[in-house]
Design a protein around this ligand. Sequence first.
Ligand code: F6R
Length: 249
Amino acid sequence: MEVFVTAGPEEAARRAARVVIEAVAESVAAGRAPVVGLATGSSPLGLYKELALAVDRGQVDFSEAYGFALDEYVGLPAGHPESYREVLVAEVCRRVGLAPERLHVPDGSGRNESELAAGAARYEELIRGVGGIDVQILGIGRNGHIGFNEPGSSLTSRTRVKRLSSRTRADNARFFESLDDVPTHCVTQGLGTVLEARRLLLVATGASKAPAVAAAVEGPLTASCPGSVLQFHADALVVVDEAAAAGLR
Ligand code: F6R
């Protein structure tokens, strides 16, 4: 795993954008449509803005690319502004010119466990069908989660339904009117799914992420810190600003 420490969040966004641009160029050179794994949340927003600037400058083109979301809430009505599909359409598709039809998001609309499980299995097939994810963008939760793989998630897990921890629901309440409106469950790519991406790119900024970054990068490989699975990947880059790097030795 490589760790790149930047002075602040803007430089982190620029550094991370370079990695995505390189990955897209490599896929195109190999004759494949680029496949980008997309995280939501605050951490990648600067990166998505940098990608939009790079598109404007003609440095990268997402018109042939596919996007695959890491996760989606269960039970939000279609078109809900906080559903990750809507968030990614607004933050990524519209900004970088990725066609919404080429954006795939785990299906959180199943009405029961078996419908949700079938949707999760279809999602895995879709990822396989495009030849796998070239670069998976990740954020990390304060409790070390990646995607919505909360502490205790199996290190080999696949896309599936998960209950959100109370800490994650509280962290995400800022996007909803009240804590009660935050869904209790999600469908998330599993840690095994994430590990199959050709390249992993985790972006974390700010002091609140320092303990999780330290545990993921320098702690033991353990289900108690799902982010630590990056240690297991042959091509993982962690881009952190100085505040998020503060717990690193
Ligand atoms: C988002 C996701 C989560 C976030 C994490 C950090 O798709 O899967 O793992 O990356 O909760 O969120 P922010 O970036 O908002 O601090």
